[in-house]
Design a protein around this ligand. Structure first.
Ligand SMILES: [Zn+2]
Length: 256
């Protein structure tokens, strides 16, 4: 019972966070301030959204994704980001319980999610977000002592180095934003979990790219945003990573 309550609580919190990060991503892309006191308004009629319009999942479903005033459709994107946010929060809380490890997992997951949104929308990673992830990762690791901090630093350096090598060798396809993002994620996750994130992200992205190529939806030179796949790989790693690492004979302890 207690577990169920925790999962529901974090799912709801996660849905709100997903909704908020969606706004942050959209405002970053359009160059608007997201830190100010600017209220959320309907993009069509300009009506200020009330609290009852902003309850994650419920508002969208009750209003069928339409504006209460003018009836314009908001698009399914708002619902999808809330569902993904809820899944992240609920599943990670179920996996890790209320613990410091959950804090690591949530920071990594929502950091990746925010960057996945801007990359998906605009093909762009804003350096400030991976930088914030890196700082958060090192701060979270302070209680782990030098061993914990070192793990994060190695993760950050390794993440940056791997993507940088791919950029230099392939001469495109990935951008430096992908490299800074891998560094930010590595600082939170540590180097082993980061390697698994990159590996599973590349696998997922590669499989989808292949399917799209075969289906004729993309051409060889088309750029496919990488960060959404890294976020997918990261989420898989945050749920199953320690077990996978154990399978390969590595100590399963995480974050240290
Ligand atoms: Zn409206």
């Amino acid at each position: 019972m207690e577990t169920a309550l925790v999962v529901v609580f974090f799912a709801f919190l996660g849905a709100s966070l997903g909704s908020f990060l969606n706004v942050v991503a959209l405002r970053s892309i359009s160059g608007k301030s997201w830190s100010g006191r600017e209220r959320s308004v309907c993009a069509s009629c300009g009506a200020v959204l009330e609290w009852r319009d902003l309850i994650p999942l419920f508002s969208w479903c009750l209003l069928h994704g339409k504006c209460r005033r003018c009836g314009v459709r908001y698009g399914v994107r708002y619902l999808i980001v809330e569902i993904i946010g809820a899944l992240f929060g609920g599943l990670l809380a179920w996996r890790w319980g209320v613990s410091i490890t959950l804090l690591f997992a949530l920071t990594a997951a929502y950091g990746l999610f925010l960057n996945a949104l801007t990359d998906f929308d605009d093909g762009y990673v804003f350096d400030i977000f991976p930088l914030a992830m890196g700082v958060a990762g090192i701060l979270l690791r302070l209680p782990g002592g030098w061993g914990g901090i070192l793990d994060g630093v190695i993760g950050a350096v390794l993440g940056f180095a791997i993507i940088a090598c791919i950029i230099l060798i392939s001469g495109g396809g990935m951008g430096w934003g992908d490299a800074t993002l891998a560094a930010g994620a590595g600082a939170i996750m540590g180097w082993k979990m980061l390697l698994l994130t990159l590996y599973s992200g590349f696998m997922a992205g590669g499989i989808l790219a292949l399917l799209l190529l075969v289906a004729g939806k993309v051409r060889r030179k088309d750029a496919i945003p990488l960060v959404p796949f890294l976020a997918l790989g990261g989420f898989f790693t945050l749920l199953a990573g320690p077990r996978v690492l154990l399978f390969f004979g590595s100590a399963p302890g995480w974050p240290w």
